[in-house]
Structure formats: structure tokens, C-alpha cells
Design a protein around this ligand. Structure first.
Ligand code: G6P
Ligand code: ZN
Length: 556
């Protein structure tokens, strides 16, 4: 059979350079004539496209269905053998990573506010794509009507095959093979109504997944999930699981006194755990999952190979690794850095302060995996505690009493001027080169606490597997009491620059219960004050207050 393929003339667009994970631009930019087409053709020109299998999905955001049709047309015209597409073009990032691995696909394209699946494409893939975008002259399109993506089944599309699959089924099977579902269900059944669960999908992609897990598998009521219908504009909200943007969850949990709250981001790879009066920082979350890994069948049976965190993430997980005698790694920000370690069999559990938590079951972070991991741990711990219900707060307190507590805070300054951001970086680089900050002592006016600078360095990472070197991954200031502050430019902003300041202060376990809660949080405040002063951040960025604050809260 012959198919009509048209070759459309085009010109390169500037700046089609994938950032931390994927090409991030506003939808308006993608809607320009030829813009998306150029990028898709460039991706296809950079891979072995003939007879390849591509997985296509996304978080259902605005402009996704149109873009899936564009990918089908251009992909088919270029010789893609088979497309595996989530029904209605919906696939969470972790679900797509699972499908790519399970069906041994060549790769995938995800339409989301973040990320490309699989593992995230490394620079060895994204750089050649960028080079192609700079030289593109034409792209190929199959002339065919759009395919109905709402019906599961096997189809032909031009010379290609298209398989439209249930977005949720494979993912649920995966989680059931990792966690102890019967144990979780039994615990939830037995502790109703005093242990309530609330999951907030923030109108991103996880809604259908959450319903399959919480309502269908665990038998919880409909009221245990909210904002679980994926909406093209995320219901007008910003689907980021943090204290600012996931306020719908925080408010509901506090108002109704819910023991276990959780939220996931737009494409389902990040998570936040938040019980009544208990915000779990992502740094603590991954450390606690690692600590209790033995309660999870996947790790009990397969063992835990190693642990890892991104550099700005607090060092809580390092302490777990030391105690358990496991290898551990500090990598730059970006999930792609974990992939090599996992493939080499040296890493099982890892996380980032940016609300990403996961394991080597796939090659992306996995929001619902983290949420179910917490439920599995709570169910297991309560099995041995028939008389007292152990909740999130108890697990946090117990963890701190064993390992000490890393108080952590992140200040985000979004959409600041690039000029100001670079001045801040230059200022710190000068201090690094001249050594002018070394041994200087700084006093926080609010508390008269003093901090002495013990070092300043620019973080770089040599991948132990492929030996590639990643430089300029964030500037770190250390203090003689063991505290540290990190400054980093975000790699994911779509407008202007975003500066992140990460602050960490460790209090050892023997400091006692009261020091492990409120007073040390005040100590963190003093460190923040000093960090702002040393960096002259407000001066360079022209901002009094950050856009988003993530902070360890005092626990009750
Ligand atoms: C994406 C990546 C994460 C990374 C985050 C950092 O979400 O998938 O692995 O932690 O970006 O974002 P930033 O804006 O700090 O560069
Ligand atoms: Zn995401």
C-alpha cells in the first residue's frame, strides 16, 4: 500500500535546547507554526527511527492531544514501526518509563510540564537533537486524518502500527509486584475510620492511577482522593507538590485531621507526604523509606544495593547508608544521574529534595511509588504495634531519635532577571577564588547566633560508571558547625531565571527531643539570615521574599 508523505519546508528556531529534563517552553511557543514539528523531526533524526517502537503519552495538559497527532504523523512518515499510546494520550511519567522497559521500546516522547521518560534522556542524546534543530530544513508528514485516541485497541496508521493501551493497568501490576498490597489493605480496613487517607492529584495525570490504587485496590472511599480528574489546565492550579502549590491538600488534611495525606505533581513522578501536623521533607522521606526498606517485599527479596541523593538534598540518607553499611552517592540535581548507577546494579533507593523519590524499579522518580511505600511501611510497623496506632509523626520522631535530624529549607526565587542571577553566581565565584569568605564569622541579628564559614566550593561530579564530568552544579558554603548552604540556578524554569537557595542544619540525636523539634528550626532561620547576607541575594535579585519556601516544620 502506498501512503502520501509530504515534505514541508521549514527554518530552524533558536533555543530548542532541552534543559534539566526535556524542552521546556510555554505552550504558546510550541503552538507556533513548525515549532513542534521541527523538534519532533530533530528527535527522530537523532535516533534509529526505522522500525523503532515509541511510547507516547503525557499529563493531558493543554495542547497534548494535538501534539500526539503531530508525533504520529511525523513519526509514521519517518518510518517508526510501532507507537504505544496511552488512551486519550494520558500516561504518567513513571507509567511510561515502565512501559518502555516492559515492552522493550526504543524510547518515548512525553508531553508534560516536566520530563522525558525511560530514563530521562542524557546529554549524549539531547545535544545531538539540539544540533539537528539548528540545521533543520524540512520535516516529513504523513497525510492522514487524526487517529481516535479514546479507544483501546490495535490500529494501523499509514505504514506504522499503533497500540492504544489502558494508561493504568501495567502500572498497577508493577506496584502490586513491589509492595505488600494485602498487608496495606488489611491495615486500612482495620483502622477505619481513625486512620484516614487523602490523596490529591492536583488535577494532573495521577487521578486515574490513584483511583485504581486507593479506591479499587485498597477499598477506600471516594473521599480518599481529591482533584483526581486530569484537566488540560490543571484546574487553574500549579500541579507542584509543595507547601505552597499543594495547599488544597494541606488545608484539607489540617481541617479534617487526616493522618495520611499525599499529593503528586502534574505528570506523576513527584510526591509530597503530609499528615496532620507533619510535613515530611523529601530529604527525610527517602531516608525513612531506606531505613524501613526491609518491610517492602521488593527490597526484602532483592536486597538494597546502594543509596543516593542529589547534592542539595539533606544528608539524612547518608546516615542510613552508613548505619546499614551500604554504598551511597551524591549526584548533581537531575534524575538522569541515578540511571547509570541503577543500570550498574549499585543503586536501589534514591531521592531529591525537589520532591522526587524512587528506586530502580523504573528509571524515573515515581510519586505514587513513594506514597504506597509510606503506606506499606506504616502498615508493617503497625502490625507489630497492636495497641498504639503509629502514624507519620511517630515515624519521624523515631527516625530523628536514631539518626539526628537534618533541618532543611529551600527558598525559590522564580522568574528573576538572568542578569541578577548571574551577578549572584559571579559574586560567589569571586569569594571562592579569593578565599575572602574563609573563616569569616557571621551573626544573625534576629537571634545573635554566629556561624563561621569553613569552606566554599563549586560542586562537580564524575560519574563512576561512564566517567563523564559534570561541572558547575551548584555553589556550596559550609560552616564549622556542619551546616551548609547551596546556591543553584534552576535548569527547569521556562521564563527568566530561577535561583534556589538550600539550607541545611544538622542536630545530632543526643541533643534530645526538644532540640530535635522547635528550637533547631529557629536555628535554621538564623542560618538563612546569614546565607542571605553573605550572598547579597536580595541586592542582586531585587527580591525581598522568595516565591516558594519549603521548610522543615516543628513536629508535634
Ligand atoms: C526535574 C528533574 C529532577 C530535578 C528537577 C530540578 O524535575 O526531573 O530530577 O530535581 O528538575 O529542577 P531545577 O529547577 O532545580 O533544575
Ligand atoms: Zn514531574
Amino acid at each position: 500500500m502506498s501512503f502520501k508523505i509530504e515534505e514541508v519546508q521549514t527554518k530552524p528556531f533558536d533555543g530548542q535546547k532541552p534543559g534539566t529534563s526535556g524542552l521546556r517552553k510555554r505552550v504558546k511557543i510550541f503552538q507556533q507554526e513548525h515549532y513542534t514539528e521541527n523538534f519532533i523531526q530533530s528527535i527522530l533524526d537523532s535516533i534509529q527511527v526505522k522500525d523503532s517502537t515509541l511510547v507516547i503519552g503525557g499529563d493531558g495538559r493543554f495542547f497534548s492531544p494535538e501534539t500526539v497527532q503531530t508525533i504520529l504523523k511525523i513519526g509514521s512518515a519517518n518510518g517508526v514501526g510501532k507507537f504505544i499510546v496511552g488512551k486519550d494520550s494520558i500516561l504518567s511519567t513513571p507509567a511510561a518509563s515502565n512501559i518502555i522497559r516492559k515492552y522493550k521500546a526504543t524510547g518515548g516522547i512525553l508531553l508534560t510540564a516536566s520530563h522525558n521518560p525511560g530514563g530521562p534522556a542524557p546529554e549524549s542524546i539531547t545535544n545531538p537533537i539540539y544540533e539537528k534543530t539548528k540545521a533543520i530544513k524540512s520535516y516529513k508528514v504523513l497525510e492522514a486524518p487524526p487517529l481516535d485516541l479514546s479507544k483501546i485497541g490495535e490500529y494501523s496508521y499509514g505504514p506504522s502500527k499503533v497500540s492504544i493501551i489502558d494508561s493504568v493497568a501495567d502500572y498497577t501490576i508493577l506496584l502490586k509486584s513491589i509492595f505488600d498490597f494485602p498487608l496495606i489493605k488489611k491495615f486500612l480496613d482495620e483502622h477505619r475510620p481513625d486512620f484516614q487517607v487523602l490523596f490529591d492529584g492536583l488535577n494532573g495525570v495521577t487521578g486515574p492511577y490513584a483511583r485504581a490504587l486507593f479506591v479499587e485496590s485498597f477499598g477506600l472511599p471516594e473521599s480518599s482522593i481529591q482533584n483526581c480528574v486530569p484537566l488540560p489546565d490543571f484546574g487553574g492550579g500549579h500541579p507542584d507538590p509543595n507547601l505552597t502549590y499543594a495547599h488544597t491538600l494541606v488545608e484539607a488534611v489540617e481541617e479534617k485531621g487526616i493522618q495520611f495525606g499525599a499529593a503528586s505533581d502534574g505528570d506523576g513522578d513527584r510526591n509530597m507526604i503530609y499528615g496532620k501536623g507533619a510535613f515530611v521533607t523529601p530529604s527525610d522521606s527517602v531516608a525513612i523509606i531506606a531505613h524501613w526498606a526491609d518491610t517492602i517485599p521488593y527490597f526484602k527479596e532483592g536486597g538494597v544495593k546502594g543509596l543516593a541523593r542529589s547534592m542539595p538534598t539533606s544528608k539524612a540518607i547518608d546516615l542510613v547508608a552508613q548505619k546499614k553499611g551500604l554504598e551511597y552517592f551524591e549526584v548533581p540535581t537531575g534524575w538522569k544521574f541515578f540511571g547509570n548507577l541503577m543500570d550498574a546494579g549499585r543503586l536501589s533507593i534514591c531521592g531529591e529534595e525537589s520532591f522526587g523519590t524512587g528506586s530502580d524499579h523504573i528509571r524515573e522518580k515515581d510519586g505514587l511509588w513513594a506514597v504506597i511505600a509510606w503506606l506499606n511501611i506504616i502498615a508493617a510497623v503497625n502490625k507489630d504495634s497492636p495497641n498504639k496506632l503509629i502514624g507519620i509523626n511517630d515515624l519521624l520522631n523515631e527516625f530523628y531519635s536514631l539518626y539526628g535530624r537534618s533541618f532543611f529549607s529551600r527558598y525559590d526565587y522564580e522568574e528573576v532577571s538572568s542578569e541578577g542571577a548571574h551577578k549572584l553566581v559571579d559574586h560567589l565565584n569571586e569569594a571562592l577564588k579569593s578565599g575572602s569568605l574563609n573563616k569569616t564569622v557571621h551573626t544573625a541579628t534576629s537571634s545573635s547566633t554566629t556561624f563561621e564559614v569553613s569552606g566554599l566550593y563549586d560542586f562537580e561530579y564524575k560519574d563512576p560508571i561512564d566517567h563523564s564530568l559534570s561541572k558547575n552544579q551548584g555553589q556550596v558554603i559550609t560552616f564549622s558547625d556542619g551546616s551548609r548552604v547551596v546556591f543553584r540556578l534552576s535548569g527547569t524554569g521556562s521564563q527568566g531565571a530561577t535561583v534556589r537557595m538550600y539550607v541545611e542544619r544538622y542536630v545530632a540525636a543526643d541533643a534530645g527531643a526538644s532540640a530535635l523539634s522547635k528550637p533547631a528550626a529557629e536555628g535554621l532561620q538564623s542560618l538563612i539570615e546569614v546565607a542571605l547576607k553573605i550572598s547579597k541575594l536580595k541586592e542582586f535579585l531585587g527580591r525581598e521574599e522568595p516565591t516558594v519556601i519549603t521548610v522543615s516544620l516543628p513536629i508535634c
